[in-house]
Design a protein. Structure first.
Length: 162
């Protein structure tokens, strides 16, 4: 698996996967372009490929003033449980640590047990709920935080299995 920084040339494949994964609340091309325009100042976006051009997943981080926020993570369902999410989240947390983030936040759908399990493995804790955050479904968002992100390199290695 190859994990590398996302470029605007990757957007067609990313958007195709985004719409397949999140049909009700997918990000638009404009939203992704706006995020990518903020690199490297406050944004970091990566993707995972099986080989060049074979997208497995993507992820993004916003980081400013010592705080990180996982903006998005999406993994092709056929590759769930194969370490793609782990690799993407590891890349984001490594970047957050390099940027001096003291903590990293994220929102996850309340009904996404697979993602919550991954985040807990990386030391994220539930800190709040955003009622009916995801629209139009009305599903709550669980707000999670990983304190002391700069101490994350060891936890990332442990979560990776060594």
């Amino acid at each position: 698996m190859i994990v590398r920084e996302m470029t605007e040339a990757d957007l067609p494949a990313v958007l195709e996967l985004e719409h397949a994964l999140f049909p009700e609340d997918a990000w638009s091309e404009g939203m992704f372009r706006d995020e990518l325009r903020q690199r490297p100042a406050t944004r970091f976006y990566v993707l995972a490929e099986e080989r060049p051009g074979a997208l497995l997943g993507y992820a993004g981080l916003a980081a400013a003033d010592g705080t990180g926020d996982v903006q998005t993570i999406g993994v092709r369902p056929a590759h769930w449980g194969r370490g793609v999410g782990t690799a993407l989240l590891s890349a984001l947390l490594d970047e957050a640590a390099q940027r001096g983030c003291d903590e990293v936040f994220l929102e996850v759908r309340a009904d996404n047990e697979r993602a919550k399990k991954l985040y807990r493995r990386f030391g994220f804790e539930e800190v709040g709920v955003r009622k009916r955050y995801y629209q139009p479904s009305g599903v709550d968002a669980i707000v999670m935080c990983r304190p002391d992100a700069r101490a994350g390199a060891e936890a990332v290695r442990e979560a990776r299995g060594g």
